[in-house]
Design a protein around this ligand. Structure first.
Ligand code: COA
Length: 347
């Protein structure tokens, strides 16, 4: 006689939960006054039009992997783990065009031969990377993943370009994600993400890739290896796409906009953050910011802000948090999480 196996209890779908958070900033701070000494701009313009007072700049001997290792070490310590199953690194400023920077980071963290790869999605890179890491966890491929956002923007910014030089800064942030059940505190909710490649020229490094290889550049074209940006085009699209993405990500999580206790938004320009919050009807005290101190750190922006907001007590257990990013490509991504108890950010 055969007996049917008892029905398994229904399982909540697998998800990824935030268990560790860390960040690292280079020591050197560049003030607006220092920038203005060599740039056709003013302290007042930078403060009022962008919202930045200082940014951190890596010394010439420091590359993206160096900062990623520091942030990764802190995130793993915060999580209380000595090993992870994979490393995903979001960056637009890898140590070298080839190889990816993540294997170097994994090696220097002593993680042995774990899978490690870079994700390139501009300033949306970190949320893209957590999405990929969550999918690895949901598929059962990995159980614990280190996700890092790290940028050496000073390596690709033209110091003589007043439309980019005041904006960007260097730094790194990292999280550890671990398999969990959807709905557990700290687990990442559904992601709303997308791209609009018709605007690929709005933020771009014109040369040095396969379209215009570095070896074909004449002497006077060396400056084409710096970032060029149509700032006002970026600003308009950033507000529109992040507003919609937050609205859709909240709805996908079953939240109303009023349920959002904290909006963690990519620190591109204080006017962009204010524009998104205003369009959503989210009051400024629910929108933590660190752009005044660190500037736009591209893929490092979201984990740096998570870490500083958590360390300063502006993120507390049980709060409903929406996260949104926008960047070169264009790309954008938004997700949600309920802030977990017992997470201590190491900054
Ligand atoms: N100092 C003084 N004047 C400046 C300046 C600076 N640093 N940068 C630009 N200007 C001038 C422009 O030349 C222009 O002058 P004009 O009217 O005589 O032509 C004027 O300011 C307005 O330029 P505009 O580009 O329309 O200004 P803006 O209000 O859009 O602000 C940015 C410019 C770059 C600060 C803003 O567009 C921005 O932050 N965009 C998003 C950038 C970003 O974060 N991208 C990264 C990926 S998300």
């Amino acid at each position: 006689m055969t007996t049917a196996s008892p029905a398994l209890p229904p399982q909540a779908p697998r998800s990824a939960r935030l268990i560790g958070l860390g960040s690292w900033l280079p020591q050197r701070r560049v003030t607006n006054a220092e920038l203005c000494a060599s740039l056709d701009t003013s302290e007042e313009w930078i403060r009022t039009r962008i919202g930045i007072a200082t940014r951190h700049v890596a010394d010439p001997a420091t590359a993206t992997s160096d900062m990623a290792v520091e942030a990764g070490t802190r995130a793993m310590k915060s999580a209380g783990v000595e090993h992870v199953d994979a490393v995903v690194l979001a960056t637009a400023t890898p140590d070298h065009p080839v190889p990816g920077t993540a294997p170097t980071v994994a090696h220097r963290l002593g993680l042995g031969h774990v899978p490690a790869f870079d994700v390139g999605a501009g300033c949306s890179g970190f949320v893209y990377a957590t999405t990929v890491a969550t999918a690895l966890i949901q598929a059962g491929t990995s159980r614990t993943v280190l996700v890092v956002g790290a940028e050496t923007m000073s390596a690709v910014i033209d110091p003589a370009d007043r439309t980019t030089a005041p904006i960007f800064g260097d730094g790194a942030g990292a999280v550890v994600l671990r398999a969990a059940r959807a709905g557990d505190p700290g687990s990442l909710g559904p992601v709303v993400w997308g791209s609009a490649g018709e605007h690929s020229d709005a933020i771009r490094i014109p040369a040095g890739g396969s379209r215009r290889p570095a070896h074909t550049l004449a002497g006077g074209e060396a400056a084409d290896r710096y970032v060029r940006m149509q700032g006002n085009v970026v600003l308009r699209h950033a507000v529109r796409h992040m507003t919609r993405a937050v609205r859709d990500a909240a709805a996908a999580a079953g939240w109303a906009i009023e349920d959002i206790d904290r909006l963690i938004i990519h620190q591109a320009n204080a006017r962009i953050s204010a524009g998104v919050a205003d369009a959503l009807g989210i009051s400024p005290e629910r929108v933590p910011s660190n752009i005044a101190e660190v500037g736009n750190t591209s893929a490092a922006s979201i984990p740096l802000l998570l870490a500083s907001a958590a360390a300063e007590g502006r993120l507390a257990a049980g709060q409903r948090v929406a996260v949104a990013a926008f960047g070169a490509g264009f790309t954008w991504a938004a997700t949600t999480l309920v802030w977990p108890a017992g997470l201590s950010a190491l900054t």
